[in-house]
Design a binder for this molecule. Structure first.
Ligand code: WT7
Length: 631
């Protein structure tokens, strides 16, 4: 197993060593895994192309490290503990032995359906064990998985399937979310109708069994998987072979496929899981994320299984059947580590202190937060009402592109301070720079967050478009990975991540490109132009504020609804604007660029000081936009 830091001194020593001798440090961690063939070099890299290779020459299969290597020592230990949507339905468990058998059967079914090493398989599923099993089955045979969050629309799904030229989609019939049964297979059908020429098979997992339509490409999961042998050899993968693609939003319209590879991702997710959550044998660990996002990949599936943990996977929503559901599950399974998002904490905080008070939460040893800045009020509520001031909070900063947690307190080891993600993990050389890229050394500074040395689980490329990867992350500043986030350091060097400095907004921990939402709105025939910005939202962190220019001034609530429908159709319900303001013009620079800074201020009800607007092409529209602002 990768090492586990136990004291502040050990953290400081390890950090120093990892920066002074990164190759030696990561070599030692990597050697704790099962390699089919040992690696020859630890790291080759340049940030110009960029070209980053970890553990070159090494051959492995990540599922051998997640499953096979645990069979002897913990074969009968629960690997996945699945808690269903309905509280009265029994939880389902898979021991490591059972999980290996289930993954092998599914892997054999994929092969029987023509899936080979390197082929892409898209998942569109609720949080059922079959999703984790299917993802691991891909890894077992060297197929590349790409999980699409099952809240995205048919159009968004089709875009991702086509970008990845996937051969297969694996979906469920329905998604149980609270009291609702959401049809999922229908969305896949619609995506196929929009055109997914590369798809040969749709494998359908029967979740509710409600009736669905059936077509020539469809096959039932149980008919394909159940008869297969429970033995499937693990494909030999190169350390730098692709493990998965995960689509995420950027500042341009088209989502990009972030590519992670086998060796480095394995080493870093295991190392960070063991250290950030201080997992001990016998602990029950629960991360409430969805596997449709990176948090679910790294800290529900891969990290915990690599570390031989018991990982809880829950199907439902935090407020069904009531807002005590999370705490009920914590009590029921005696959860020791609990990892969730600030938006969930704020939503549950708003429901009242009486909900957590009903349950015995004494098993909780630590609490985690991820996905967006956690505000002070939510931090204190989480600490007091959930952790009873005894469970340290780890506010973990990272990104889809970083693969694993980068900046975080270590519970019980480094101190915690509300709203601060604190200190970088060993091996993570996080720095702040000014707009010119000069490093801001010392403490008590504010700037742009960059990383100046490779780490094993970093993004390798954006699928099918390497120049985009270079432009977005490696071109802002020479020899630095640019995160897109602004941050400050306090007097003692703790880092607080403030938020995005690009045109990306974070709504309930979901990342959205403003351009993506604008493109969707502009699909409406009566929309001339639109501009989308984020504004502070009490529960969601950021809300979506859309300024829309229309041809027809008489349009009212129906039109508003039509715009929401268009966004839902093009992206999904998560991207629907919270506020839509109809305007006659948008403030622009002389070169025609929309001045988002001004729009952001107006949307945030902070329009007293808009700065110099005299250089605008059309300064007169500013007053009109201000007057019509929605409060
Ligand atoms: C963006 C990444 C990390 C997995 C889930 C989201 C913001 C994330 C924090 C935090 C402040 C945070 C950043 C980052 N973010 N964690 N602890 N404090 N901001 O992954 O969708 O790739 O989004 O989320 O702005 O860049 P993602």
């Amino acid at each position: 197993m990768t090492t586990q830091i136990k004291s502040l001194q050990e953290y400081k020593d390890t950090y120093k060593y990892s920066v002074e001798s990164p190759k030696a440090f990561w070599k030692e961690q990597a050697e704790t895994f099962t390699w089919k063939k040992p690696f020859e070099q630890v790291l080759q890299w340049n940030f110009d192309e960029p070209n980053v290779k970890w553990f070159t020459g090494g051959k492995l299969n990540i599922t051998e490290n997640c499953l096979d290597r645990h069979i002897e020592t913990r074969g009968d230990q629960v690997a996945i503990l699945w808690e269903p949507n309905e509280p009265d339905s029994p939880a389902k468990t898979f021991t490591y032995k059972e999980l290996l058998a289930a993954v092998s059967k599914c892997a054999n079914a994929l092969k029987a359906n023509g899936i080979q090493k390197g082929d892409r398989v898209v998942f569109y599923m609720p949080m059922v064990p079959e999703l984790a099993i299917g993802v691991l089955a891909c890894a077992r045979i060297g197929a590349v998985h790409s999980v699409v969050f099952a809240g995205f629309s048919a159009q968004a799904l089709a875009d991702r399937v086509n970008d990845a030229t996937a051969k297969m989609i694996i979906c469920s019939d329905f998604n149980k979310r609270g009291a609702k049964n959401i049809p999922i297979k229908t969305v896949v059908d619609d995506a196929i109708k929009l055109g997914c020429p590369s798809i040969e098979t749709v494998l359908v997992h029967k979740n509710t069994g409600d009736s669905i339509e059936w077509s020539g490409v469809d096959k039932w999961w149980h008919e394909q998987v159940d008869p297969q042998s429970a033995d499937c050899p693990a494909e030999e993968m190169d350390s730098e072979d692709m493990l998965f693609i995960l689509y995420t939003s950027g500042s341009t319209g088209k989502p990009k496929g972030v590519v992670h590879t086998c060796g480095g991702y394995m080493v870093y997710t295991c190392y960070s899981f063991r250290n950030v959550f201080q997992y001990q044998d016998g602990d029950i660990y629960w991360c409430t994320a969805d596997i449709g996002w990176i948090t679910g990949h790294s800290y529900i599936v891969y990290g915990p299984l690599l570390a031989g943990a018991t990982t809880v996977m829950s199907e439902g929503v935090p407020t069904y059947p009531d807002p005590g559901r999370f705490w009920e599950i914590c009590e029921k399974h005696k959860v020791n580590q609990f990892y969730t998002a600030p938006t969930a904490i704020r939503a549950l905080m708003a429901k009242g202190d009486e909900w957590p008070a009903k349950y015995d939460l004494s098993s909780l040893k630590l609490l985690g937060s991820v996905g967006e800045p956690i505000n002070e009020e939510a931090w204190h509520w989480y600490d007091k009402h959930i952790g009873k001031s005894k469970a340290p909070i780890v506010d973990t900063w990272w990104q889809t592109e970083t693969g694993g947690i980068m900046i975080t307190p270590l519970p019980g080891i480094t101190d915690t301070k509300p709203t601060y993600a604190s200190y970088p993990m060993p091996g993570i050389q996080a720095i702040l720079v000014d707009k010119e890229g000069n490093e801001l050394t010392g403490n008590d500074v504010e700037g742009l967050l960059c990383i100046k040395f490779p780490w094993p689980s970093m993004i390798r490329t954006t699928y099918g478009d390497h120049s985009r990867c270079k432009n977005v992350y490696f071109s802002a500043f020479k020899d630095l990975y640019f995160t897109g986030d602004g941050a400050r350091k306090d007097e003692e060097g703790r880092i607080r991540v403030i938020g995005r400095v690009d045109d990306v907004i974070n709504v309930s921990g979901h990342r959205m490109g403003t351009a993506e939402v604008e493109n969707a709105i502009n699909e409406h025939p009566n929309v001339v132009e639109s501009a989308v910005v984020g504004y502070p939202h009490e529960i969601k962190g950021q809300g979506i504020y859309a300024y829309v220019i229309t041809q027809d001034k008489e349009l009212g609530d129906d039109f508003r609804q039509e715009i929401l429908d268009v966004v839902k159709r093009e992206i999904g319900p998560i991207a629907k604007p919270d506020k839509i303001q109809f305007v006659t013009g948008l403030p622009k620079t002389r070169s025609g660029k929309i001045m988002r800074r001004i729009l952001r201020k107006i949307a945030s009800k902070d329009s007293s000081n808009l700065g110099d607007i005299s250089t605008l092409l059309n300064p007169e529209v500013v007053e009109a936009v201000k007057d019509g602002a929605l409060v």
